[in-house]
Design a protein around this ligand. Structure first.
Ligand code: FES
Ligand code: FES
Length: 200
């Protein structure tokens, strides 16, 4: 009968404490129980280096390392990776000293507009952690889920091979930056509201 149809509203997910180790630091934030990892990392943890490209699992911009394995964070529920160790691009450098993979991308033109770069860096670092002498074909296979509109990929492969040479000890890493820029968002864009007794 017209006027009696009733569409059930989907209840708003309640907020829960989500915890993990992010870039070597224990993190506790309040997030909806159905939150996507990409949203939690960007909006709650403040790791804005994790980029939102397609939001569909096809570009690789949002790649983070979870317990050593690269995974796209836009298709991952935060609750599925609770308690894991997560590395974002912010966690690659050793303080003000860039990791070899970062300095090699800068030196060999592996980054142009830079939007895809955090995902490539995480994917490449995960590869080098497992294999510091990959063939070009193995590099291509590792980065096949990461899309770049700028570089044509050749410079990216060269950057990864240059970093691999540093990992093997065949080449000295670049001298560390002497005057690092401060992080413009050290605490994240939104301060989480924590219940009493819970530190951020
Ligand atoms: S934003 Fe996650 S794969 Fe594109
Ligand atoms: S450097 Fe611009 S999309 Fe890759």
């Amino acid at each position: 009968m017209v006027g009696t149809e009733h569409v059930e509203m989907i209840p708003v997910a309640k907020k829960e404490i989500w915890s993990a180790e992010v870039n070597g630091r224990p993190v506790e934030v309040l997030a909806p129980s159905n939150a996507i990892l990409l949203d939690v990392l960007r909006d709650k943890v403040g790791t804005l280096g994790v980029k939102r490209g397609c939001d569909l699992g096809t570009c690789g911009c949002c790649t983070v390392m979870i317990d050593g394995t690269p995974r796209i964070s836009c298709l991952c529920l935060a609750g599925q990776v609770e308690g894991t160790s997560i590395v974002t691009v912010e966690g690659l450098a050793d303080g003000a000293h860039l990791a070899p993979i970062q300095s090699c991308f800068a030196e060999h033109g592996g980054s142009q507009c830079g939007f895809c770069t955090p995902g490539f860096l995480i994917t490449a670092q995960a590869l080098l952690n497992e294999n510091n002498a990959p063939s070009d074909q193995e590099v291509a296979q590792a980065i096949e889920g990461n899309l770049c509109r700028c570089t044509g990929y050749q410079q990216i492969v060269e950057s990864i091979q240059a970093a691999a040479a540093i990992h093997r000890g065949e080449v000295e890493p670049a001298a560390p930056a002497s005057n690092p820029h401060p992080d413009p968002h050290p605490s994240g864009p939104e301060e989480p509201q924590m219940p009493p007794g819970h530190a951020r």
